[in-house]
Ligand binder design. Structure first.
Ligand SMILES: [Zn+2]
Length: 474
């Protein structure tokens, strides 16, 4: 006898689990008032519907071992680009137990299992966004946005935003740093790991480590109105050590350095190197000794090279990468997270979301360098991971930007799966549909190897064996 089969009809339990996600995606991209209402709803409801292991295990020891079979007409092996037909993923608890032909897996393990038949769609591993900022309202780009919102409210926004990442199939995120000195992003990471609330698994940087007046100085005020000096500012080597140690003390997985100026603050110059090579080398030394990694925001050419020489693990943006910089990155194996779409989108959005006119102008200028730099990165076969650095409503848009920039569709998909898992040091846990890894499974309609836009139509999302999104019923 075959167990219960679900065809596009989630069980009552799963409808409840997925409800925040559905609600969010229904309202994604609409006005702020409604988004806020949804955020509050998710906060109120999530604690009651998230399957906390701590809650369920004692009451029902078999719950953690529940068997689910997810089957579909196609499965993309992201390691080599092969499309396998009529495949199934056998899920036991939060892990993948087996992947193979749907008929034999259903015959062997179907008894008593929940079978989710996704019809003609294509299965892929859960997606990974390696550059994002989860806190706050992504639709407020004013330079004082973070100063007008308390850490608790930024964190509630973060919880809301996380549901949007999940609904788009992103089951793991690397937060690329925040200005919140209370580290709301780490609270969300821990809350999700503890089963208190639902969201993607998070690997996170702490605060932006920056020069005074640099890209990560959150204070845009006049000199006679200035904020008290914040602990993420570091104007010499010793102060970098202090800032790195503060991040590590409070639980950061990564250290985020501002190697150059950037776009979204009002004063810095993206051409200019900010932290010195010695400062960055100190950050790398302390972080690596503590088994943490270092990412560097780096747009201008000299800052990129200094960060690479200092030994950072990843260059973020790399918007003005030149031949010499790319050669060094290739030699050292430094990762690039190019975040192409957010620069293109930023120019299209202009000042309509409250960005300062100075930022809008900088955004237009820096975009002119992007394609040359990205072509150079591809020519040097740099290790590239997927990162959007934008409102999560647009998280899937980076796929198209990478392909327009010259990447093959499979390479773009690998950047968000198997390659991203390498950058995060989680290759044994996520990034492919393979036995023993977390059961992070998504499905898309269409073939993204033929049309990369199929990555924008994720219809099914499972994270750690829990279903968060099912195809809409016809
Ligand atoms: Zn960023």
């Amino acid at each position: 006898m075959i167990g219960q089969t679900i065809e596009h009809k989630p069980s009552v339990r799963k409808i409840k689990l997925a409800f925040c996600c559905f609600t969010t995606s229904l309202f994604g991209g609409v006005n702020v008032g409604r988004l806020q209402a949804v955020a509050v709803f998710c906060v109120l409801v999530a604690p009651f519907v998230v399957p906390s292991r701590a809650q369920t295990t004692p009451a029902n020891p078999n719950a953690a071992k529940q068997i689910t079979i997810v089957r579909a007409a196609h499965l993309l092996d992201v390691r080599d680009g092969r499309v396998l037909e009529n495949q199934a993923v056998l899920v036991e608890g939060d892990r993948i137990r087996q992947v193979g032909p749907a008929a034999s897996i259903t015959n062997e393990f179907g008894h008593g299992a929940t079978v989710i038949d996704l019809g003609n769609s294509m299965l892929l591993p859960g997606l990974v966004d390696c550059h994002n900022h989860i806190l706050g309202n992504p639709k407020d780009q004013s330079p004082t946005a973070d100063l007008r919102m308390s850490s608790p409210l930024q964190t509630l926004w973060g919880l809301h935003n996380l549901q949007i990442w999940l609904a788009h199939g992103f089951t793991t995120l690397r937060d690329a740093g925040e200005s919140d000195l209370a580290y709301g992003q780490l609270a969300l990471r821990n809350g999700i790991n503890q089963g208190l609330v639902q969201g993607p698994r998070i690997v996170s940087a702490g605060n932006f480590i920056s020069l005074t007046g640099g890209h990560g100085d959150a204070d845009p005020l006049a000199p006679d109105q200035a904020l008290a000096r914040r602990p993420n500012l570091a104007d010499n080597v010793n102060e970098v050590g202090d800032a790195v140690r503060r991040d590590i003390k409070y639980g950061a997985d990564w250290i985020k350095l501002m190697a150059t100026g950037g776009v979204m603050d009002t004063t810095s110059d993206f051409n200019v190197q900010e932290l010195s090579e010695e400062q960055m080398a100190m950050a790398v030394e302390i972080a690596h000794r503590a088994r943490k990694k270092v990412m560097a925001h780096a747009e201008g050419t000299e800052g990129i090279k200094a960060a690479v020489r200092a030994g950072v693990d990843s260059i973020e943006h790399g918007t003005m990468l030149d031949e010499e910089g790319a050669t060094r990155m290739q030699q050292k194996g430094t990762w690039l997270v190019p975040t192409l779409y957010t620069f293109q989108h930023g120019v299209a959005v202009g000042a309509s979301l409250g960005a300062d006119p100075a930022s809008v102008e900088k955004g237009k200028k820096v975009l002119g360098y992007q394609q040359t730099a990205f072509a150079t990165a591809l020519k040097h076969h740099l290790k590239i991971a997927y990162g959007v650095d934008d409102d999560p409503d647009f998280v899937s848009k980076e796929f198209g930007a990478l392909v327009r920039g010259g990447m093959k569709p499979l390479d773009a998909i690998q950047a968000a799966t198997v390659r991203a898992s390498e950058l995060l040091g989680m290759s044994d846990q996520i990034g492919t549909l393979e036995m023993g890894k977390y059961a992070d499974v998504v499905a898309v309609t269409g073939d993204p190897l033929v049309d990369i836009q199929a990555m924008e139509s994720v219809v099914f999302v499972m994270k750690g064996g829990v279903v968060f999104k099912m195809p809409a019923q016809k």
